[in-house]
Design a protein around this ligand. Structure first.
Ligand code: XMP
Length: 317
């Protein structure tokens, strides 16, 4: 019978044998998979594991700083790289969803390759690939975790020529969470909702600017904090906010406003392949909407997405 304890003992032993005194580089995303993979490797080889956590400027509010601090507390040898500007520059004027994904994937590879080059004599590239990624049913891992081959137009970057280690490749998501709990990773981190690799870029419909990212981060933070306060966070599989590319008329005092609309989305799912919108309490929606409109300058209307997948997807892009 599979148990997380036995898996950890066996895997750590195997990693020690396999890697010996060599160096390993790994990209952390803030998600469950890359974190658990990193902690297993850390147990096996300590500081010979070099973690890189890239801020693409499209993460949730305060996520980069908070998660980087958590990684350090966990004892990981991690370098935080703030490449926000590089990503935003590459995204300037890009509205097509697939072009956004391509631009983000390309810049990620450039940034990661630059960083990997700064570590002398690396032998292995570790990835948080899990079994569903291997069989390619659905991947909720973005380029920051699972590097997909179609990103390499024009030859492989050097880090992709490294030998691969994937300690989670035989595990399902729930098993990864159990392994994470076994090795002492905080419950809050393990229970996090999935978050797409391209981040807020695919939740800002149309082109992306630093100001739009800031607005969406504020809205998203109010929504997610509210879910936690109302004890709804763990009942939802994934939640987030979408910034719509339209303005709508409103009133504030005696003044007419003409500002942006945001949509809130919360779904129940087991694997992301199908999903139902969540019947959130009206009172929660009412309070959240008020908070958003009162606190976030530039937004005067909030709508709730009541579409299920299929035919609607979870993300709007
Ligand atoms: P959809 O929108 O296809 O999303 O119903 C299903 C799940 O996949 C995530 N998603 C992505 N994850 N890179 C990712 O890493 C992407 O480009 C991407 N697009 C969608 C989405 O957040 C949901 O969990």
């Amino acid at each position: 019978k599979w148990t997380p304890g036995a898996f950890v003992d066996l895997t750590v032993e195997e990693l020690k044998q396999k890697i010996g005194n060599d160096k390993v580089v790994l990209g952390l995303s803030g998600g469950v998979d890359s974190t658990v993979a990193a902690m297993l490797l850390h147990k096996a080889i300590g500081d010979k594991l070099y973690c890189i956590f890239v801020n693409n400027g499209l993460l949730r509010k305060n996520e980069f700083t908070d998660v980087l601090a958590q990684y350090k507390d966990m004892g990981l040898n991690v370098k935080g790289v703030d490449a926000s500007k590089r990503f935003l520059d590459a995204l300037a004027g890009v509205s097509d969803p697939e072009q956004k994904r391509k631009a983000i994937g390309r810049v990620f590879i450039e940034v990661f390759d630059d960083e990997a080059h700064k570590i002398k004599d690396v032998t292995y590239l570790a990835q948080g690939t899990i079994y569903p990624d291997v069989i390619e049913s659905v991947s909720v891992n973005g380029p920051s975790v699972t590097i997909k081959s179609h990103h390499n137009v024009g030859g492989l970057p050097d880090f992709m020529k490294l030998k691969i280690v994937e300690p989670l490749r035989m595990l399902f998501k729930d098993e990864v969470r159990r392994v994470g709990a076994e090795i002492g990773i905080a419950k809050q981190l393990l229970g996090r909702h999935p978050f797409p690799g391209p981040g807020l870029a695919i939740r800002i419909l149309g082109d992306i600017t630093a100001e739009k990212v800031r607005i969406l981060q504020e809205v998203d933070a109010i929504f997610i904090e509210g879910l936690r306060e109302w004890d709804l966070y763990d009942k939802v599989w994934q939640a987030g906010a979408i910034l719509l590319p339209i303005n709508s008329v409103g009133v504030m005092g005696d003044e007419r406003t003409y500002e942006q609309v945001v949509a809130l989305r919360a779904v129940e799912s087991t694997d992301g392949m199908t999903a139902d919108w969540v019947n959130l309490p009206y009172e929660f929606l009412q309070k959240t909407s008020n908070k958003i409109i009162n606190r976030v300058k530039g937004v005067n209307r909030v709508v709730y997405d009541i579409s299920s997948k299929p035919p609607a997807t979870i993300e709007w892009e």
